[in-house]
Design a protein around this ligand. Sequence first.
Ligand code: ADP
Length: 220
Amino acid sequence: MQSAFPVLVRIIILGPPSSGKGTLASVLAKEHGVPHISTGDILRGEVDRRTELGQKAASHMSKGKLVPDDLVIRKIESRLSQEDCARGFILDGYPRTVGQAVALDKIAAPDVVLHIDVTEEEIIRRATGRRVCKTCGAIFHVEFSPPKTADVCDICGSKLAIREDDTEPTVRKRLGVYREMTAPLIERYGDMLVSIDGNGTPDETLERARSALRDVGRNA
Ligand code: ADP
């Protein structure tokens, strides 16, 4: 389905780790007919393929730290220069620092920044209960969407794992990094930013996001 508001195609989703950025971004990307670009997914792909970037990024990621700006900026600039981004994109997890935001403004300033607001308590609950299947990519949650058999993937039968950066100390560390490095962007984007409550279910957050984007589209 194409967007009813074709001007709004460069969308940034900003929010703390486990705020639901990825889920929201993938639905909005389909609705707006633009690619969903997640720097977390791109970097995990590089780590799995053991590329030069992946080897440099891995130690930062497993400690809950940010991958250095120069590496991430170079990677995202090359991604955004691909043809499928000509009509726009939904960025999930980028920018995460003021330096990244400045770099982005030079090549493709966003039309709107959607900020998902979630309490830290809720984030810890979500992240530490997440279980992933490293074989087929399925994601479960011990509380919200448990697999039929504990720790076994419903889809392919593989053993489920906890993502290395989802342990409680690492989640707390990532939250600290978010507060220090990424939250300042909320002020930086000013009027371009719309905050939505992300403490509810994924469907509730999606509805709030759609409605916020409609409002911005109407006032554009
Ligand atoms: P979450 O939003 O749950 O933190 P992501 O999948 O977006 O998860 O990111 C996982 C990790 O990848 C981050 O903790 C960080 O180490 C790295 N990363 C992702 N995006 C960026 C970015 N824009 N800048 C630096 N590091 C990043």
